[in-house]
Design a protein around this ligand. Sequence first.
Ligand code: GDP
Length: 701
Amino acid sequence: MRDYPLNKIRNIGIIAHIDAGKTTVSERVLFYTGISHKIGEVHEGDTVMDWMEQERERGITITAAATTAFWTPSDAEGNVDKKVKINLIDTPGHIDFTIEVKRSLRVLDGAVVVFDGVAGVEPQSETNWRYADDYKVPRLCFINKLDRLGASFDRSFQSILDRLSPNAVKMQIPNGHEDKFIGVVDLLTMTFVQFEGAKGEKVVRSEVPAELKAEAEKERAALIEKIVEHDDSALHDYLEGKEVPVERLKEILRKAVIADKIYPVFCGSALKNKGVQLVLDAVAEYLPSPLDIPASVAVDNEGNEVRIEPRDDAPFAALAFKVATDPYVGQLTFFRVYQGVLTAGSYVYNFTSGQQERIGRIVRLHANQREEIKEIEAGNIAAAVGLKGTKTGDTLCDPEHIVKLRGIEAPEPVISLRIEPKTKADQEKMGLALRKLSDEDPTFRIRSDEETGDTIISGMGELHLDILVDRLKREFSVQANTGQPQVAYKETITTEAQAEGKYIKQSGGRGQYGHVWLKVEPMERGQGYEFVNAIKGGAVPEEFIKPTEKGVQEAMDKGVVAGFPLVDMKVTFYDGSYHEVDSSEIAFKIAGQMALQEASKRAKPVLLEPIMKVEVIVPEKSMGETTGDLASRRGQIISVTDRSAGVNLKVIEARVPLSEMFSYSTTLRSLTEGRGNYTMEFDHYEPTPSNIAQLVIEGKK
Ligand code: GDP
């Protein structure tokens, strides 16, 4: 049984530049929704699990991948029909985790973007905003920290207009700033709102103070003009001088927000307990429910497109968007149900792994408790306990109706480092812990260096790996030493070549006999690897094909230039021979390795390096030095544009090899007296110039 109608569900995320106040805002959201739930709801029915007590001790869960809360709008006046269920989906703030931002954007229907009221729009807010544009996520803005010294609502609002979208509209104005900031004027209803009580939990409305009236009226007129633009009949009335009722304005605004055409802007101070409830009201009022977003498109087993709609009476389909390891319950797999209903105890099919899994327990996380639920319906978010074979981005579906939803593409990990357990005991734990972490995070990979036996981990950036190593210590109590971060180079071939691999030992006793001819050919960048079995007439028996391929893969992992994995090549096994007695799987595996190495060496192999897309924002006067510095890092400048009129900031877009970007932030700071900022993400792999490749081969770079 559905506990909430679909139109009352809001799956939202809070997006923010690091330090803008995401944690504080989230904490307030969970606190206020907790209160509102207690007031609004007498019956708390569902089974609350034993470990709820432990959870309580741990306090509010703000870092869970998804937390469920309930909100009764502050102006609902006890009308519980207005209550909404909010699934708050965690989004990370740091650019190193773009995949995390993207995967959360994939499953949420709307977002609240938080800004620092002193700094306004910052480079990372821009990057995240653009991702949200890509995924067409409707947004509200919250200009936070108005209590801070130097805060300015107008300036921050202007930075949103200039840098993010001209379609931002002020929904409020503050009565003042810094320690004078006590409340906001809600422009639509023309009321003054203050927040009383120890944690600002009481929303108190009163008349707009006289000194704010003129400004509020002017801003209200501007807001209404922006709203009625989206509705012909309201526009007509407005132009005729007729008053458009507030309820009507809200309806039009809701439609425009959902269509991604308008971005309402709110303000306050989360730390000083001001303003967050009105943002929650707006989440209920303006952000979409699962019914308001376009149906998803999936493909079935035959590759036909299937429409997936938020209906309970259709086959189950869900997307796993986060796998998290919880020290208390073990593995939690968070998923969003796009269609149908999932019941605890039933089986689902994982399209990606091709396996069925049984869903044992389903849980929902709240601010300070977990709730075991029997079933979960379309449009909702929950976590399954103990799924073994499901990773981030996998589709789970009804075994009778197999579909694949659009997944979450993982970008290439570009940085790697060696990691070594400190003791024997750590060694055992480390392998397991690393595997768990990589199941959680598709951009985090593990491999072992065949020669040295060392474990090498790779990820999206220095910080990404730092955090993972730190988690190893704190969550899994694994002590490890790590090496210097290194660029994750790759290797590829540039022409076609053939070679023979012979592993033959036939002196006394049982011998070895493996004999393989391989052809290697370059493929397009990003194509990976393809193995073709073209053996004819039983020259090599079927049972030795797989072992040969295994040998090929192992040799590819080792590379032939500088020990980095070979990629983007097609390998054809087209001839060879065998011996009735002496041939074995291992002999063919070794022969396969030998042939692959030799063929790749003949095929003019090169080293590939990751090229990053870098965006640097600097004051105009530091422009020359900054571009000069980027050029000295082998950077290619793509464009230089003005940030916005009157700000004197330039945006430099460049492509720069990652190996030249270590500790760039320090350089940028000194070039720009601390005013420069940059973001960086992986763009593509490119052959490394030979002088640089030589340094890499010699281990000097
Ligand atoms: P996050 O990095 O985006 O999660 O930001 P946090 O919520 O951790 O906040 C970063 C810092 O800003 C912390 O020191 C907060 O106490 C502070 N902060 C958050 N909200 C406000 C606010 O409204 N006013 C002031 N003055 N400080 C705030």
